[in-house]
Design a protein around this ligand. Structure first.
Ligand SMILES: Cc1cc2nc3c(=O)[nH]c(=O)nc-3n(C[C@H](O)[C@H](O)[C@H](O)COP(=O)(O)OP(=O)(O)OC[C@H]3O[C@@H](n4cnc5c(N)ncnc54)[C@H](O)[C@@H]3O)c2cc1C
Length: 434
């Protein structure tokens, strides 16, 4: 199909940031996505809360492209300001993504699944794609795997880790409703505000009393009444956004365990079961939630939302200790606050503490000229609860994009990139690295 300098596979927050950063550093860049829009979980699962941890003036983050996403949405009137963050309108974000990608001169390819790699020894030379155009190849001098599942790294022979499916984070079919009396709903939820400590097994050891958009009561009542079956699928909702048109656009309520996100039969099962749970959840909202009496289901996620699957083994694997004890690294490509959410641990970054994100976690073992970005970066189970967060995915993405472009300019492999130069470019692009 094409030859390019930098090829990014996967158009989520990690991949978009990687492509934008590479192009802005001067590399010819192509971005390939299997679905019909960019944005990944943002647009496919309607998650617009890129930085919901930012509830306190102490909280710091890296800035860079992640913050630019929020600012672009705000400038278009396509976000809701809550505390110190923006909830991005995930429909409009499809258009924002197109605009940013076009403005940077990136070559976009949608509806194109990457299915294999082209290797020369231990160096990646390109990928094989499947699309309506048939089976094609794209050759590239640098490849960035931002598929979430480390599809490319895995096929290229990078050692990868994945827990058995009963130990992975749950998957979700998200949904949105219209016809909601927003004032009534807000009065109801704010009259007995939830905190993170109410999350039950999700809140983990470090419970936080911080406000949370968490809704349990209607689903509990429906379960008790036998209207939602009592299975291992948890039904409890985080609601991300509402509009003055009577919409609650992001209900993150269906949490399904025991699904392998790299197994197509499991993915199919979860999509179908998830939609059944959505129907039950909407009935529960209508029956037991003030403001939802006349609500209608308007949207279901275009794709299942996946929180955890394969992770690469990197030149460095970030640890629980690093993310909880303000780790510092000479090869920092950005920072991320001490914020963890997932794998039964929740820590809110209300203290101003943060860790540095090392280049080593995006640099895979064994394969040259391949980098990864987003939730498949190298690290242990607890660190994943930080690195999977969208803002952290934009940090690893921006770092990967700049590193790919700098290594090309200097004609050295990714493993020998001049990290001081990468840091200089990142700073110029507005990223805080220390
Ligand atoms: C239900 C749910 C709620 C969440 N809530 C929050 C939240 O409130 N705040 C937060 O910060 N994080 C949240 N997260 C986590 C966060 O959204 C993800 O970890 C993050 O989006 C990962 O970014 P990514 O770019 O690595 O992957 P993704 O966003 O998954 O993007 C990967 C992209 O690659 C494409 N792709 C995959 N394989 C291929 C292939 N072989 N060929 C071509 N394209 C491919 C996919 O279609 C997708 O567009 C949530 C996650 C889920 C599932």
């Amino acid at each position: 199909m094409a030859e390019t300098d930098v090829l990014v596979i996967g158009g989520g927050p990690g991949g978009m940031s990687a492509a934008l950063a590479a192009a802005r550093t001067g590399a010819e860049t192509m971005l390939v996505e299997r679905y019909g829009c960019f944005g990944g979980v943002i647009t496919q699962s309607m998650i617009g809360t890129l930085a919901w941890y930012r509830s306190n003036a102490c909280t710091v983050d890296a800035g860079g492209i992640g913050v630019e996403f929020e600012q672009r949405a705000k400038a278009m009137g396509a976000s809701l300001s809550i505390f110190l963050y923006e909830v991005v309108d995930t429909e409009v974000f499809k258009f924002i993504a197109d605009q940013m990608i076009q403005a940077a001169g990136i070559i976009p390819v949608l509806h194109c699944m990457t299915v294999d790699v082209i290797m020369e020894g231990s160096t990646i030379k390109g990928v094989v794609t499947e699309s309506k155009s048939g089976r094609q190849a794209i050759l590239a001098k640098r490849v960035i795997d931002a598929t979430g599942d480390a599809d490319i790294a895995y096929r290229a022979g990078v050692p990868c880790l994945m827990d058995p499916k009963n130990k992975l984070e749950e998957v979700s079919v998200n949904f949105g409703c219209s016809g909601v009396d927003i004032d009534k709903f807000l009065n109801y939820t704010l009259s007995k505000p939830s905190s993170i400590a109410d999350w039950g097994e999700d809140s983990g050891e470090k419970e936080s009393g911080e406000f949370s958009t968490f809704l349990l009561e209607p689903f509990k009542k429906a379960r008790e009444a036998g209207e939602i079956p009592d299975t291992s699928t948890r039904v409890q909702s985080y609601w991300g956004n509402f509009t003055d048109a009577g919409e609650v656009t992001s209900l993150n309520a269906i949490h399904m365990p025991d699904i392998d996100p790299t197994d197509v039969r499991d993915l199919t099962k979860a999509e179908i079961e998830g939609r059944q749970y959505v129907m039950w959840a909407v009935e529960a909202l209508k029956k037991y939630t003030p403001g939802f009496e006349k609500a209608r289901l308007r949207t279901m996620g275009a794709s299942l939302g996946v929180r955890e699957s394969r992770k690469i083994e990197g030149a460095y694997n970030i640890t629980e200790d690093d993310v909880l004890h303000q780790a510092k690294f000479d090869d920092s490509i950005g920072i991320f606050p001490e914020f963890l959410d997932g794998n039964h641990i929740a820590v809110m970054p209300s203290t101003g503490r943060y860790f540095q994100v090392p280049y080593g976690i995006i640099l895979p073992q064994k394969v040259e000229n391949l980098l990864v970005a987003g939730r498949c970066v190298a690290g242990d189970k607890v660190s994943h609860a930080a690195t999977r967060q969208m803002m952290c995915c934009t940090v690893t993405g921006q770092g990967a994009g700049v590193a790919a472009a700098v290594s090309l300019k200097d004609n050295v492999p990714c493993s020998r990139v001049n990290i001081a130069e990468v840091q200089k470019v990142l700073k110029k692009q507005g990223v805080r690295i220390a």
